[in-house]
Structures are given as structure tokens and as C-alpha cells.
Write a new protein. Structure first.
Length: 290
């Protein structure tokens, strides 16, 4: 496997970075997780735009243009002869001294891993996923805005540990004042009386690329949609609940905190959106030839 590292394609074993890299020492950096379906890099421009927005939010000056970043992603996929892949694009503050000072980091580190991704088992997509509410609250937007896709994922990892301890794979994270924000690595949607709702991102959620795609699909199929601040009770009593993310795509949720959602089955809307999403992944992205 070849990994893109600071302008070069190097063997996986040789793709190493300094222990003085601030991405490692302080989680100082940004990343993206992107999917490639049959040589179509899904929503690549949207992911690149979000990466640059995240970098801008932490005052990290990107060392290359968006066009060259896109070239680097394609080059890495081609070097590994991959048709389907999960692309992990990481930009760190770079190598510096001990101490927080980002001015000591002269050049950002850029690496791109293209690999396979393990999904939730197929049965969860048919039967639905069981999740819990994490006791760990989502970061306060005024402290570390969850809209920044930064390398600081400890908040999410602590909530993931809450999930694992409860014997499930994913957890809802609430804001400090108990509004539903999102899950540890996915956005959350509810369906009630044929209407689709998701929390606004400014409550403390990532503006997911899959989230935006699903909102677009709702429009396409004529389904009413709005952003709404949601309390847990509204999620418990929804007709359907589902999660969205690059890795998970769209996955139905049928149990939350041991409570059955709707009739305990994925319902009608979620499978419909899953179908529409599948079609979209064949259409919307950047194509390359091997
Ligand atoms: N919320 C959070 C906190 C995320 O990290 C999403 C929502 C969904 O966003 P997208 O744009 O993918 O629809 C994410 C997704 C990884 C990795 O290792 C990436 C995510 C989650 C977990 C692992 O690349 N990001």
C-alpha cells in the first residue's frame, strides 16, 4: 500500500511522521474521511471545501491549493489501483517544539491514506441499529466548535466508550443543555408524520456531507424537511430515526436507550432514502481513470 506523505508516495511502512508533529502532540490539525465508489470520489469538492474551512477555523495555512489537493487524492487512488476506497486525508500543524506554540511549526504535514473500510454488519442496515445516549456531552461550540473537523476527537471517543460499555456501537451526544447534537461519528435524523428533521449544526454538530446529501434527497422526493432543535423525548417518540455519515452512509436506528423506535423496524422513509442515496453515489463526484 502506498501512502501520500508531503508530496511523495511512500510505502505504508515508511509513511512515518515525527514525534514532534503537533498533530500527534496536541491533536492540532484537521482531517476528512471520503468515499470512493467505483472510481467516483463521492462529493470530493464538498469534502475539500470543508477541509479548507476547518483549516481556516484553526488558522492553519494550507500548504497547497485545493486543485493540487484533489490531484494528490486521485494520484494516491491510482497508485493503489483502487476502484472503491475510504480516503483519509489529514493535515497537521506540522513538526514543532514541545509547547503549544503553533508558530514553531513551519510546514504542515499532509498525508492521504486510501484503504478499505469495514462497515457495520449488513444486518444492521436491514434490521436497524441499537444505540444509547452517551453520558459524555458534546463539546461546547464556544470552546471547540464541533463544526471543525479537527484531530481532537477525544470528546467523541469518550462517548464511543460509553456506547461500547453499554454493548452498542454508537451513541447520541447531547449539548450541555440537553439538546440532541449528533452521534460520535454520524449525524442524526428523525421522521415524524412524513416530515424529516435534524438538529441545526450550530447546536454543536458537524455539517456532514452525507447529512447535506440526505437533505437534498428529501427535497428531490418532495419530503418536507426542516432543521429543528430536538430533545431526546422527540427522538424517542419519532416514527423513524436514522444516522448519516461517510462511513455508515444511511443506517436505520430501531432502539435507543432500550426503547423501541416506531414499530421497531426501519419504516418506509429510511429505506427509500437509502435507495436514493445509492443512486446518488453513482452520480455525484469526481471520476478518475485507472
Ligand atoms: N459527525 C461527526 C462527529 C463525524 O466525525 C459525521 C458526523 C458525518 O459526516 P460526513 O461528512 O462523513 O457525512 C462525522 C464523520 C474517520 C472517521 O476515521 C470520520 C468520521 C467519523 C468517524 C471516523 O475517517 N466523520
Amino acid at each position: 500500500m502506498l501512502v501520500y506523505l508531503n508530496g511523495k508516495l511512500v510505502d505504508k511502512e515508511k509513511a512515518t511522521i515525527s514525534v514532534f508533529d503537533h498533530g500527534l502532540l496536541y491533536g492540532d490539525g484537521v482531517f476528512e474521511g471520503i468515499r470512493c465508489y467505483d472510481r467516483l470520489i463521492f462529493k470530493l469538492n464538498e469534502h475539500i471545501d470543508r477541509l479548507y474551512r476547518s483549516a481556516d477555523a484553526i488558522e492553519l495555512k494550507m500548504p497547497m491549493t485545493k486543485a493540487n489537493m484533489i490531484k494528490a487524492v486521485i494520484e494516491t487512488l491510482k497508485a493503489n489501483a483502487l476502484q472503491d476506497a475510504y480516503i483519509r486525508l489529514v493535515v497537521t500543524r506540522g513538526q514543532g517544539d514541545l509547547g503549544l506554540d503553533p508558530r514553531k511549526c513551519k510546514t504542515p504535514t499532509v498525508f492521504i491514506i486510501t484503504d478499505k473500510i469495514s462497515l457495520y454488519p449488513k444486518e444492521f442496515y436491514q434490521k436497524g441499529l441499537e444505540i444509547i445516549t452517551a453520558k459524555t456531552k458534546r463539546n461546547l461550540a464556544a470552546a471547540l466548535d464541533p463544526r471543525i473537523k479537527s484531530l481532537n476527537y477525544l470528546n467523541n471517543i469518550l462517548a464511543k466508550i460509553d456506547a461500547i460499555k453499554s454493548g452498542v456501537e454508537e451513541a447520541i451526544m447531547l449539548t450541555y443543555n440537553d439538546y440532541v447534537a449528533e452521534c460520535t461519528g454520524d449525524n442524526i435524523f428523525i421522521v415524524r408524520d412524513g416530515r424529516l428533521m435534524t438538529p441545526p449544526t450550530d447546536v454543536g454538530a458537524l455539517e456532514g456531507i452525507t447529512r447535506n446529501a440526505v437533505i437534498g434527497l428529501a427535497k428531490k422526493i418532495g419530503m418536507p424537511f426542516r432543521e429543528k432543535m430536538l430533545k431526546l423525548e422527540e427522538v424517542y417518540s419519532a416514527d423513524e430515526v436514522f444516522l448519516t455519515g461517510t462511513a455508515a452512509e444511511i443506517i436505520p436506528v430501531t432502539k435507543i436507550d432500550k426503547r423501541r423506535i416506531g414499530d421497531g423496524k426501519p419504516g418506509e422513509t429510511t429505506p427509500r432514502l437509502m435507495e436514493e442515496f445509492k443512486i446518488l453515489t453513482k452520480l455525484d463526484g469526481v471520476k478518475y481513470a485507472l
